[in-house]
Design a protein around this ligand. Structure first.
Ligand code: IPE
Ligand code: IPE
Ligand code: MG
Length: 252
């Protein structure tokens, strides 16, 4: 059911022949950190920490392979339901990640962006994020788009509210609203839709991720837990993607 892991490729992996047709925008649901930790008898926070290492490797591969946009689901609007200690650990990890990584990401030409209800993040995380986005705003090699306190439904609610406000202010007429009008009000305004959506840890659901944007995104689910996800897993997803036929409702 899951795409086979390509262990047999390991020997000649050095060259890593890339498929010709690469996605421009890859989105990832980084799931399974808790299960990874549980299996090792470690606290869940250790799984999240290991997950950061996986993210680091994937960002590196995206830079190498010329992926233009990487959107990662790091914290959902529903994740606040978790114990306070876990939420705190996640927020601390975000701050730590930004403190440790931004300089190198900046040097490598990564532009950091974020989507979600960012104003609801703890002040320190918000501040570090603002800083990171400002520092890297001019970079163009890879957009690393962090979904933080992100929910697809919240995004649509926020977009509708902003749109209605503009209608009330006389800037827009209801009759003029089309799909591209609404898109301008999404957090992802200006970014193309994801071509490929990867989910780690086997769950066959979107969990409120990019509900609008994923309308025609190719889905790829692996049973590999996120902290175990490596560049060969990403490569396997890219190879599978290259074999897909995208029809967008039309004919071949
Ligand atoms: C994903 O891992 C990270 C976040 C949701 C922040 P989980 O913490 O959901 O890991 P599982 O699903 O419990 O294994
Ligand atoms: C999705 O994973 C959110 C992130 C990876 C940040 P969850 O672990 O929150 O999703 P569910 O609860 O299994 O649907
Ligand atoms: Mg999970």
């Amino acid at each position: 059911m899951f795409p086979r892991r390509r262990k047999e490729k390991r020997d000649d992996q050095k060259a890593e022949p890339l498929p010709e047709r690469l996605p421009r925008h890859v989105a990832i649901i980084m799931d399974g950190n808790g299960r990874w930790a549980l299996r090792r008898g470690l606290p869940r926070a250790a799984g999240h920490r290991a997950g950061v290492e996986a993210l680091r490797e994937v960002v590196k591969a995206c830079l190498e392979w010329g992926i233009q946009i990487l959107t990662v689901y790091a914290f959902s609007t529903e994740n606040w339901k978790r114990p306070r200690s876990e939420v705190e650990a996640l927020m601390n990890l975000l701050v730590e990640y930004l403190e440790r990584e931004v300089r190198e990401l900046h040097e490598q030409g990564v532009q950091i962006r974020a989507i979600g209800r960012l104003h609801e993040l703890p002040p320190e995380a918000r501040q570090k994020l603002q800083q990171a986005m400002q520092t890297t705003a001019g970079n163009g090699r890879l957009v690393l788009n962090l979904a933080l306190n992100y929910g697809g439904r919240a995004e649509l609610v926020d977009a509708c509210a902003a749109l209605v406000k503009d209608v009330e202010a006389g800037k827009l007429r209801a009759e003029e609203v089309r799909e591209d009008t609404l898109e301008r009000y999404l957090y992802t305004a200006g970014l193309p839709d994801p071509d490929l959506l990867i989910r780690a840890a086997g769950e066959m659901r979107l969990s409120n991720f990019l509900l609008w944007q994923a309308a025609y995104t190719e889905l790829w689910v692996t049973s590999t837990l996120w902290p175990d996800f490596r560049r060969e897993d990403l490569l396997a997803a890219l190879e599978d993607y290259a074999r897909r036929e995208r029809r967008f409702g039309g004919l071949k």
